[in-house]
Design a protein. Structure first.
Length: 200
């Protein structure tokens, strides 16, 4: 009996935290469609809207008054870069969602996030609950830079980064899927980097 060890050894040096088809960077690239919006914290608001008309809004001061998480995470962009160990601070979507009545949440299966500047993206409701998504406003111990979505962005680290809407200002809970900007153009509705869900 014999086998050729070369095949088993091919991927030995690959970082197990790197999803398929990705490579590592350390410079946190900026990827924005169109102009970078200017949003002052004094003008900023975030609305969470249910399908039956329920709506809750937060001003910047409201957001700053909520308990926040500090966490370190890897991010994966569909253009194939991944960056490891990025330190963030933000408010968990779970905290915000509890402000909506139970009936608005129980009928939610999908979400459409909309932004200052007009960008949109859709995700499954289950991908923003149970500690998987934040409204992030600090990166690396400093206020989130405008080009990265400052003053605040949606951050869903377990999905490809196009789902992490920068300058987010509305999150709509939906029973049926409504596709966002990239999803209308053929990108995946879920976007799990570990399953390489780049296109639908
Ligand atoms: N509002 C808005 N959010 C956005 C985008 C955008 O163009 N506008 N680009 C998306 C894409 S494709 C990626 S990869 C990430 C990039 O985030 P970064 O510029 O902070 O790296 O933001 C996502 N969120
Ligand atoms: Mo992207």
């Amino acid at each position: 009996m014999s086998f050729t060890p070369g095949f088993a050894g091919t991927r030995r040096n690959r970082n197990p935290n790197l999803p398929p088809g990705q490579y590592e960077v350390n410079n946190f690239p900026v990827l924005t469609i169109g102009p970078t919006p200017v949003v002052a914290t004094t003008d900023w608001s975030l609305e969470l809207r249910g399908e039956a008309g329920d709506s809750v809004s937060w001003t910047w001061d409201d957001l700053m008054g909520l308990p926040a998480d500090e966490f370190t995470t890897d991010l994966h962009c569909v253009t194939a870069w991944s960056q490891f160990g990025m330190p963030w601070k933000g408010v968990s979507l779970d905290t915000l969602l509890t402000a909506l009545p139970e009936h608005a949440r129980s009928s939610a299966h999908h979400v459409l996030a909309s932004c200052y500047g007009g960008y949109t993206t859709n995700v499954r409701y289950e991908d923003i609950t149970d500690g998987k998504a934040w409204i992030a406003y600090e990166y690396n111990g400093a206020p989130l830079a405008r080009e990265h979505g400052g003053p605040a962005r949606l951050l869903i680290p377990h999905l490809y980064l196009w789902k992490s809407a920068k300058w987010v200002n509305r999150i709509q809970l939906l029973s049926a899927k409504t596709r966002g900007f990239w999803e209308v153009n053929g990108y995946h509705d879920v976007g799990d980097p570990w399953k390489e869900q780049r296109y639908s």
